[in-house]
Design a protein around this ligand. Structure first.
Ligand code: PBG
Ligand code: ZN
Length: 327
């Protein structure tokens, strides 16, 4: 291999057109999945205090938002629902007339060219804010899995294009796949939150989804932030159980995990740039400590460079507009 002074790596950096030509990673609007929060009511649009530019929306407002998202060229949204009533077993999650089910039907009826992904978990629907059914302070695994399968089927019946279980219970992918298939939904893909860490970066989301646990934490089902090999085992079991797309979450602080999971399994891989990642960039931008737009693009590019094929991000609209403007 040539050495300096013959080798000069800067040769390819002087001219911006050359830089464009050799760039290895290019973000595209088609990479993005935009998260949305649905609430009961009419004409509701509440901004989340800790997430500037992100809103809880009633279904009528949500449908208009989805039209805009589709017109910008973003291919998909993921929906989170806040129900009218919460109870011990999260009944609102698998009610065929629940908030998500109604939202999906409304979007599917009125918006063309948009994939509707639904997040499947119980924490937004339980009075205690936990991701499953409780026995004392223990989250019951298998009982919860049955309800998650019911929730998934109910979403599919309403017209969801992709089901995204975010609960981290053991065995839920197999049970959801089986339930969907038995009911004629064998063509609906599962995007599994396969590798989800018990992360402090979810704080602002819990304001948005009103899902902060009333006591305790999520460490008995979400992964320990210190573990990497365990991520391989988690992804592997979800793939074996039938996951079509695997997700790593959060993204920015877990780029090594995205890389390892993609490298090992070569599966369609999603990464979730979560609420806290968004809020921190927004807040620092507001204070003029960083250039928000620049760091937005840098953070998303890094996630794609690490191996993500798709990125769930609250920046989806802003980043898509930026990419349009750049062309
Ligand atoms: C629900 C769920 C959470 C997120 C996505 N689905 C929160 C949690 O596990 O507490 C977090 C997303 C974000 O922070 O943007 N299980
Ligand atoms: Zn949950």
């Amino acid at each position: 291999m040539a050495q300096y002074p013959i080798k000069r790596l800067r040769r390819l950096r002087y001219n911006p057109l050359v830089r464009d030509m050799i760039r290895e990673t290019e973000l595209s609007k088609s990479d993005f999945i935009y998260p949305l929060f649905v609430v009961p009511g009419k004409n509701v649009k509440n901004e989340i205090r800790s997430m500037p530019g992100v809103f809880q929306m009633s279904i009528d407002v949500l449908v208009e938002e989805c039209k805009e998202v589709a017109s910008i060229g973003i291919p998909a949204v993921i929906l989170f629902g806040i129900p009218e009533h919460k109870d011990e077993v999260g009944s609102g999650a698998y009610d065929d007339n629940g908030i998500i089910q109604n939202a999906v039907r409304a979007i599917k009826k009125e918006v063309k060219n948009l994939l509707v992904i639904t997040d499947v978990c119980l924490c937004e629907y339980t009075s205690h804010g936990h991701c499953g059914v409780l026995d004392g302070d223990n989250i019951l695994n298998d009982e919860t899995v049955d309800l998650l399968a019911k929730e998934s089927l109910s979403h599919a019946k309403a017209g969801a294009d992709i089901i995204a279980p975010s609960d981290m219970m053991d065995g839920r992918i197999a049970e959801i796949r089986k339930t969907l298939d038995e009911n004629g939904f064998e063509k609906i893909p599962i995007m599994s939150y396969a590798v989800k860490y018990a992360s402090g970066y979810y704080g602002p989301f819990r304001d948005a989804a009103e899902s902060t646990p009333a006591f305790g934490d999520r460490k008995s089902h979400q992964m320990d932030i210190a573990n990497g090999l365990e991520a391989i085992r988690e992804a592997e079991s979800d793939i074996e159980e039938g996951a079509d797309i695997i997700m790593v979450k959060p993204a920015g602080a877990y780029l090594d995990i995205i890389y390892r999971v993609k490298d090992k399994f070569q599966m369609p891989t999603a990464a979730y740039q979560v609420s806290g990642e968004y809020s921190m960039i927004k807040a620092a931008g507001k204070l003029d400590y960083i250039d928000e737009e620049r760091v937005m693009i840098e953070s998303l590019t890094a996630i794609k460079r690490a191996g993500a094929d798709m990125i769930l991000t609250y920046f989806a609209k802003d980043a898509a507009k930026y990419l349009d403007k750049k062309r």
